[in-house]
Design a protein around this ligand. Structure first.
Ligand code: DHK
Length: 146
């Protein structure tokens, strides 16, 4: 039996608070709910490895790990680091050609001006935002089609 492709689903700061955090913006599903939804969606097609950290360097390390361990694709919701982190931009470039898909529950472009700029988006293959938890499933389908 051939091993299924592995998809990393990396989540940045404050996403461990999903479900309790500003539900009018981010919805009521927890990150564990999203992980279960992705695992069900990917059943028989891919293995989902979902992780979360509030630390920028952990996200950089996991991007490198993805490249070094033959991961098929990465879904990345970098939270607020999306808008600030040149280190994440460089990391995505440093692991090319491994595809990284940007994910957001909300649509940052319809929110405060400081959320309109995305360092992650500068290097990501595509961005999925504004669909709540479904942004992750849309990105998963794009990653599996890659
Ligand atoms: C999540 C965050 O934590 C914010 O900092 C981003 C993103 C938007 C989201 O919608 O998933 O600006």
């Amino acid at each position: 039996m051939t091993a299924l492709p592995i998809i990393f689903v990396l989540n940045g700061p404050n996403l461990n608070r999903l479900g309790k955090r500003e539900p009018e913006i981010y919805g009521t599903q927890t990150l564990a709910d999203i992980g279960a939804m992705l695992t069900a969606e990917a059943a028989g097609r891919a293995t989902i490895d979902l992780r979360q950290s509030n630390h920028e360097g952990a996200l950089v390390d996991w991007l490198h790990e993805a490249a070094d361990t033959g991961v098929h694709a990465v879904l990345l919701n970098a939270g607020a680091y999306t808008h600030t982190s040149i280190a994440l931009l460089d990391a995505i470039k440093a692991i090319a050609p491994l595809p990284v898909f940007e994910v957001h529950l909300s649509d940052p472009h319809t929110r405060e001006g400081f959320r309109h700029m995305s360092y992650v988006g500068m290097a990501a293959v595509a961005s999925f935002a504004g669909h709540g938890a479904a942004s992750y499933t849309l990105a998963l389908e794009a990653a599996l089609a890659q």
